[in-house]
Structure formats: C-alpha cells, structure tokens
Design a protein around this ligand. Structure first.
Ligand SMILES: [Zn+2]
Ligand SMILES: [Zn+2]
Length: 231
C-alpha cells in the first residue's frame, strides 16, 4: 500500500470507481438502497456531553456544567449500518470525495454561529505518520466548509502517545487513558477566537472530547460545542 498526503490528488479516486461503502454497488459511496438505512440522530435523541444522559438539543444539563466542560454536543448519525462502514473506510483510506459525500448528508445545526472555528481532535504524531492523514481532520474540513467556518489544526495537539481507545475494553480505563493527553499551542489566537466547534468522527464515551475541551478552556476558550459525525 502506498501512502499519499491530504494535499495531493488522490490516486485511488482516479483508478478505482466509486462504490457504495455498505453494499459495494458501483456509482456513489452511498447508494439509494443503503442511504435510507442511515439513521440521523433526532433532537429528542440527543445527549449531554458531560453525563451521557438524554438532553434535548444536546445542550449540557445545567447541573452538569463545569468551568472547563463542554457546552453541548451534536452527533449527526447513529453509529451503525452504512455510517459505521463509511467511518471505518475513512479511517484506513483517505478519500476526499467520500468525506464530502458523507458530510453532504448532514443537517446543519443552528447552534453553531459563523463566528466559530472548527478544531479537529488530532491524532498523535506517531499514528499520524503511520496513517498519513487524520480522519477527524478530513471529515472536519468537509463539515467546516458546509458551516462556512475556518479550521485550525495548530492549536490542539496530543501531549503524549496513548494506546488506541478501541484497544481498551473497560470504560474506566478508556477515560483514564485520555487524561491530560492534549496540549495547547497559539493560545493567544484562542483567547480572541474563543467559540470552538470541537470535532471528532465518532463519540463513544465522550472522554476524548471532554479532555480536549478542558485543555482548550483552561487556555482561554469560552464556548465549546462538540460535534461528531456519529455516536
Ligand atoms: Zn449500497
Ligand atoms: Zn448531563
């Protein structure tokens, strides 16, 4: 397998025809039959990013608010069926068209103002070099384009290598794994542009988002709305 980076033309897109991520049918990444199986998360299915319990519109419960916590969460789709397959496909292969087609299916949330900036959850340097791209950034760029807001990848960094969350079975261990795993750069920019859309591909326990939000808020961010493609 050869590697290519985000800024080059994607050679695989040129030589391989688009296939449905779920059933393999040639034509688009989501064929009509599979597209109807995609389940959007409705307003009354949204959850509080701090406790994981039901919260209308994804706004953090008043009782769950903390100084360095997340203010709300929007996840677009349930993590199953074609959505799960598309997220996995994007993890192992950089396909810009797939990211755009995927993000084209979302309904733009009202909670995000156009004064926000989108910050994708970074991969650790070692994993970034192995993979050649960060799928959260690829999807985040497509989302930011639809929201008409800028993307910054120079603010939030991984402070140390953490084992991939998927390799850790117990929820408590996953949460422990993420503690203090982010560092902040260019914090002056953050103080002057302090409404952040914190973006990741999937929200599982929310620990990654909470830890990143805490680092951003300690450095001066005022408002953080978490956003993920799936949950
Ligand atoms: Zn299909
Ligand atoms: Zn809550």
């Amino acid at each position: 397998m050869f590697r290519y980076n985000v800024h080059n033309v994607n050679i695989l897109d040129v030589f391989f025809p688009k296939r449905c991520v779920a059933c393999g049918r040639i034509g688009t990444y989501f064929c009509d039959a599979c597209r109807v199986k995609i389940r959007p998360i409705l307003d009354n299915e949204r959850i509080c990013p701090m406790c994981g319990r039901s919260a209308f519109g994804g706004v953090t419960h008043p009782n769950c608010r903390t100084r360095y916590g997340i203010d709300g969460l929007t996840s677009f789709f349930h993590y199953d069926g074609p959505v799960r397959k598309a997220v996995k496909a994007l993890k192992y292969r950089y396909v810009s068209d797939l990211a755009k087609e995927f993000v084209g299916l979302i309904r733009i949330p009202e909670q995000v103002g156009n004064d926000s900036i989108l910050v994708p959850i970074p991969l650790h340097g070692i994993r970034y070099r192995q993979r050649g791209f960060n799928q959260a950034e690829v999807l985040g760029r497509a989302v930011a384009q639809r929201l008409h807001i800028p993307v910054r990848t120079d603010i939030l960094r991984r402070a140390r290598a953490t084992p991939p969350q998927a390799e850790i079975k117990k929820r408590e261990d996953r949460i422990k794994n993420m503690k203090n795993s982010f560092s902040i750069h260019n914090s002056l920019f953050l103080i002057h542009n302090s409404r952040i859309v914190l973006f990741d591909d999937v929200c599982t326990t929310g620990a990654t988002l909470r830890n990143a939000a805490s680092a951003l808020k300690r450095a001066g961010a005022h408002h953080i709305w978490a956003m993920t493609i799936a949950r």
